[in-house]
Write a protein that binds this ligand. Structure first.
Ligand code: UD1
Ligand code: CA
Length: 473
């Protein structure tokens, strides 16, 4: 596929989405549509990719940040043919063929693209298009064949006669063109049609009438050509992507208790013998190890989860690294920049942010650890809070190996607790605690004998500890 170039059309408004955002950045399992198409084209191994942007172009560029693509701008959206014409400056005759794709059809596979290019070369075609038979062809351009079965033209639904509408072979919007034919052709299209647009598809009719070779490859997977024009289409595609991913994972030895109710994004990797309960969402570039347990309702994004870790139900993990054998949740929140080393326990209602927690340390209940470095084998008692924010700036808390932080401690950062130190429950730590020391900031307790009996006897009556008339003066 060296020497093949690709143009992805992504400038359209997407009116049917009823959105203020460009259509191609709407996401399926957290991944923008346009990235599916670009990934597929890159995997097919093309030399160069141009993305045509227009409406909301900035946002499309953002969605493709870091991708090896160039952009062309279509100022006014005058149709798919006009979109290709807007990209002419980026196309090179040194690439004998050019793949044209729609940015709103995310399921196109790299295998199909390679197959199309091979057929195109073998048959010396000027255009090779991908078609599919759909039970419900509405919304798509229909493929009209000549009596001898050759593709004669593509008719858009809005321009189609009643008989043409009956045709259920549709145009996928993916083509391989002879580059010279495409570059010349798009300059001379007309707008004489129902939508007043320059249709790229008119080049098919032109090639046919000039008796040039037009080849149609019929997709054996009709899902592959689905174009997203509406929110309904988006949901349909999301369902397909989720299910395909589920199949792939099961094939690789992952248990999905409910493959229909689990959303694992396409770029996620999961190791064998991992068990995923219903209602889990895993997005972004997440990597999950072997033998991991992921409880119901967990949400994981752009994170790494080590072998043998357990995420109990309803835990949320974003941009974090969870070590081997770590136990998290239920109801834990690991925010960006969290790194939990091997064997750490993070329990219910514990939030960790931008912090490293060393091997074997535990924070099992109701705690906030933010901007902290926690050593190994530290015990963080229930209700501990790192007070990391003074209203203007964030500060760090450092806790040494083997320290024991009593329940309900406040660590007012910047502050450090030395290794092996003990912080008494309920302490507000405002000064550094030296290693192996005890820190206490509580007021010494005093017990005032019989105070309740004398000052608040009603309280004792209420609980039956005093008779109604007892102790009355
Ligand atoms: C197009 C095809 C139709 C095919 C269908 C497959 C034409 C005339 N019709 O119709 O035969 O069955 O795709 O999904 O080509 N775009 C631009 N600039 C424009 C117009 C569109 O960049 O001026 C982009 C859109 O962003 C979109 C793609 O081209 O990614 C297709 O445009 P869309 O308006 O969705 O075309 P369809 O009506 O679906
Ligand atoms: Ca479309």
């Amino acid at each position: 596929m060296k020497k093949t170039q690709a143009v992805i059309l992504a400038a359209g408004l997407g009116k049917r989405m009823k959105s203020s955002l460009p259509k191609v950045i709407h996401t399926v399992l957290g991944k923008p549509l346009i990235r599916f198409v670009v990934d597929s084209v890159l995997q097919a191994g093309v030399e160069k990719v141009t993305v045509v942007v227009g409406h909301g172009g900035e946002k499309v560029r953002e969605a493709l940040e870091g991708y090896p693509v160039v952009f062309a701008v279509q100022e006014e959206q005058l149709g798919t043919g006009h979109a290709v014409a807007s990209a002419l400056d980026t196309l090179h005759l040194s690439s004998p063929e050019t793949i044209v794709l729609c940015g709103d059809a995310p399921l196109i596979s790299p295998v199909t693209l390679r197959k199309m290019v091979r057929r195109h070369r073998k048959e010396k075609a000027v255009v090779t298009l991908l078609t599919a038979y759909l039970e419900d062809p509405s919304g798509y351009g229909r493929v009209v064949r000549s009596p001898s079965g050759e593709v004669a033209k593509i008719v858009e639904e809005k321009d189609a006669s009643p008989e043409e509408r009956e045709v259920n072979e549709v145009n996928s919007g993916t083509y391989v063109f002879d580059t010279a034919y495409l570059m010349e052709g798009v300059k001379t299209l007309s707008r004489d049609n129902a939508q007043g647009e320059y249709y790229l598809t008119d080049l098919v009719y032109r090639a046919f009438s000039e008796e040039k070779r037009v080849v149609a490859l019929v997709s054996d997977d009709p899902d592959e050509i689905l174009g997203v024009n509406s929110r309904q289409d988006l949901a349909q595609v999301a369902g397909i992507v989720a299910l395909r991913k589920a199949e792939e994972l099961m094939e690789k030895g992952v248990t999905l208790e409910d493959p229909y109710g689990t959303y694992v994004a396409p770029d996620v990797k999961v190791g064998p013998d991992t068990v995923i309960e219903p209602g889990v969402v895993i997005k972004g570039k997440t990597r999950i190890g072997k033998g991991v347990f992921i409880g119901a309702g967990c949400y994981i994004e752009d994170s790494r989860i080590g072998d043998g870790a357990t995420l109990r139900p309803y835990s949320v993990v974003t941009e974090s690294v969870v070590g081997r054998g770590v136990r998290v949740g239920p109801f834990a929140h690991l925010r960006p920049g969290t790194e939990l080393k091997e064997g750490v326990h993070i329990g219910n209602f514990v939030e960790v942010k931008n912090s490293r927690v060393g091997e074997g340390s535990k924070a099992n209940h109701l705690t906030y650890i933010g901007d902290a470095t926690v050593g190994k084998k530290v015990n963080v008692g229930a209700g501990t809070i790192t007070c990391n924010y003074d209203g203007l700036k964030k500060h760090r808390t450092v806790i040494g190996d083997g320290a024991f932080i009593g329940s309900n401690t406040e660590l007012v950062a910047p502050v450090s607790v030395g290794k092996g130190a003990l912080v008494g429950a309920g302490t507000t730590v405002t000064e550094d605690v030296p290693p192996f020391s005890l820190a206490l900031s509580r007021v010494r307790q005093k017990n005032i004998k019989s105070w309740v009996r004398e000052k608040m006897p009603d309280l004792l009556r209420k609980s039956g500890l005093l008779k109604d008339d007892e102790g009355r003066k």
